[in-house]
Design a protein. Sequence first.
Length: 91
Amino acid sequence: MKGVPGVPRDVVVLFDHFAHQLARAGFTRYSARAILHRIRWHHHVERGNRTFKCNNLWTPAMARAWLAENPQYPGFFETRASRGEGHDDNE
């Protein structure tokens, strides 16, 4: 998966890895936020890095980037319109 602005590369790589792992396991839908929690587990428990932090605000951008790069899995993540999508701030 290509980079996601503001998200560390290792987080993007792990998100891609875990999402593909889930798809290969037969899941047709999954929670992007659950994957982010899995990444926290990886860093905290498996790598022993208790200072690792990841922002919940990264989740929508990572889910959208993954879906854009993996059209063979339509609807794998549920996405909602962001503030800038189809919204006129002057209304």
